[in-house]
Design a protein around this ligand. Structure first.
Ligand SMILES: [Mg+2]
Length: 174
């Protein structure tokens, strides 16, 4: 009888799975970058979407962020497959307003870049621009209860990263 291989974390596999699952759920880095651009363009008129892509990629390279993406997408998928236990199944499938664990999980992403992220996250969650609009449409088949908050949080974290970097650049110039 062969002994099972001891568990060891494969960081590359986690990072790869994060990008693959976002793509499989029809969310692109560009769409998240557009949200981050929306959040910051008023403060930095020269900011380009291309620049925002780099910041989104940096956010997605963080372990905490990858963990939240994989966990959230997994729960959405299990809800779509009707595999969750009642009453959680119906609560997640119907995006129950009094169920807040989706927002709480997304906050672990926002946390990575400090308090500006919270403001941006709240703002984007209210307005639901761009890709967030599609993720919030209910068709009774797809479940994005976790993914919408996760995508908003990645954009908010990228926006915070932009604000911090831009400020540092300004200080260097002075
Ligand atoms: Mg949600």
């Amino acid at each position: 009888m062969s002994t099972p291989k001891p568990y060891s974390l494969n960081s590359r596999a986690v990072a790869d799975a994060t990008m693959q699952w976002l793509a499989r759920r029809n969310v692109s880095v560009l769409q998240i970058a557009e949200l981050a651009h929306d959040l910051q363009k008023a403060y930095y008129p020269d900011l380009t979407v291309e620049e925002c892509i780099v910041h989104v990629e940096s956010v997605l390279a963080k372990r905490e962020v990858q963990n939240a993406v994989l966990t959230g997408i997994q729960l959405d998928l299990l809800a779509e497959e009707q595999k969750l236990l009642p009453p959680l199944q119906d609560m997640i499938m119907n995006d129950e307003p009094l169920y807040g664990c989706d927002e709480v999980l997304a906050l672990s992403i926002v946390n990575v870049y400090g308090s500006i992220g919270f403001t941006n996250f709240g703002y984007i969650d209210k307005l639901k621009p761009g890709i967030l609009k599609r993720l919030n449409e209910k068709n009774g088949r797809d479940c994005h209860t976790f993914l919408d908050d996760i995508v908003g949080a990645i954009a908010a974290a990228a926006a915070s990263r932009i604000a911090h970097r831009k400020h540092a650049e300004l200080e260097q110039q002075q």
